[in-house]
Design a protein. Structure first.
Length: 387
């Protein structure tokens, strides 16, 4: 059977799924590739052309001035001022030139432009020019402004990353984000795992009500609880004579916001574990704590890893909660806050913003690809049967 024959035997539904996945991958890959390429480009090229032209070079129009009358030389019946408008810019070429801002590319490189009043100008591709007049140049003829369209070859540099990591405070913000994200990922997993086991395999009054409450908390908008929770933190801080905007405070905030989803996902998985394993351990005299730590946790690793991906990505990319519960001072500013500050003060510095953005996605990508094999298993857990 040929490859083409196998292709046409694929059902329409499966073919549509493959096509949809391919479209989603392309839609995600194109912006990421654009950020990566822009972060490696020179800032002047980013302004004049899109990232998709990075490998073919670009052109931009710049203004320059010709030489002064004291540089003129007489050549027969004409006087000539010569020079090079690309001096010190090796590797570039001129495509066109003009003498008016409204028509900066009126003449092709190498042409001789008739400027009237006995004046003419020739600009070559290499930047060499001849400014000619049928009489001696006067004081008013010197330093004439001309516009040139310069073809620039592709230029790639790591200077944007060096600027971000050393001069923009991103390095400290990177450490701050790790300080916030790692504990804010581990703490809710630990607490939710205990709660999910209790709601799955332990009988106690009000268990069904607690499960319904957890499901209800998932749909509560985060923004509704920000102000009440912040007031509570401030009151506790005043009571203990301690600042409320600290790392433990934001760890608890992220733990509270991520707990309902964590309990829901982990319970779906733990409830689907074979009942015989739990009952056999109880018959052998194992305590609930021993069953949880020695049997349930090792078997629940796919679910734990899948939630760890979600929680890590959410906390790492968070800006609102970090600004509310941690503040915006430089010592505690997280990476998303630093990028937001760059966007406010450097709205036109795309080379800085793209380099900063690509730095922020490196860690989430490493986490995702490191744990992705557990993601589907964890999400599908409990979809067929559950306690």
């Amino acid at each position: 059977m040929t490859l083409a024959g196998n292709f046409f035997k694929i059902g329409p539904a499966r073919l549509f799924v493959h096509f949809a996945v391919l479209v989603v991958v392309i839609l995600w890959l194109i912006p990421t590739l654009g950020i990566f390429v822009s972060a490696l480009r020179d800032k002047d090229q980013i302004v004049v052309s899109g990232w998709w032209t990075a490998f073919s070079g670009s052109s931009r129009t710049v203004a320059t001035r010709l030489g002064q009358p004291d540089q003129q030389k007489q050549e027969g019946a004409v006087y000539v001022i010569s020079g090079n408008v690309l001096e010190g810019q090796e590797g570039r070429a001129i495509r066109a030139f003009g003498t008016r801002v409204a028509q900066p590319s009126a003449y092709k490189a190498g042409e001789t432009a008739d400027l009237g009043d006995g004046l003419s100008l020739q600009v070559n591709e290499d930047g060499g020019y001849r400014y000619m007049k049928n009489a001696a140049f006067g004081p008013d003829d010197g330093g004439r402004r001309v516009y040139i369209s310069v073809a620039t070859p592709p230029e790639f540099t790591l200077q944007n990353y060096r600027t971000v990591l050393t001069g923009e405070g991103i390095g400290q913000s990177f450490i701050n984000s790790l300080t916030v994200t790692i504990p804010a990922t581990i703490i809710p997993i630990l607490i939710a795992a205990f709660a999910a086991y209790a709601l799955s395999w332990m009988e106690f009054p009000g268990r069904a009500l607690l499960i319904a409450l957890v499901v209800g908390l998932i749909v509560v908008p985060l923004q509704m609880s920000l102000i009440p929770l912040l007031r509570l933190y401030n009151q506790v801080g005043m009571l203990l004579d301690a600042p409320s905007k600290t790392y433990p405070g934001i760890w608890l905030a992220h733990t509270a916001f991520g707990m309902p989803l964590a309990i829901y996902l982990l319970r779906a998985y733990i409830a689907g574990l074979p009942k015989e394993i739990i009952e056999s351990a109880r018959v052998d005299g194992a305590s609930e704590f021993d069953i949880f730590t020695r049997i349930v946790l090792p078997l629940s690793f796919p679910a734990l890893a899948s939630f760890a991906i979600f929680q890590f990505l959410w906390v790492w990319n968070d800006l609102l909660v970090a600004m509310v519960f941690l503040g915006t001072d430089r010592d505690h500013l997280v990476l998303t806050g630093a990028l937001n500050a760059l966007l406010g003060s450097r709205g036109g510095n795309w080379e800085i913003l793209t380099a900063s953005a690509f730095i922020t996605i490196i860690v989430p990508l490493l986490v995702f690809f490191g744990l992705q094999r557990y993601l589907v298993r964890g999400l599908l857990a409990g979809s067929v049967k559950g306690g």
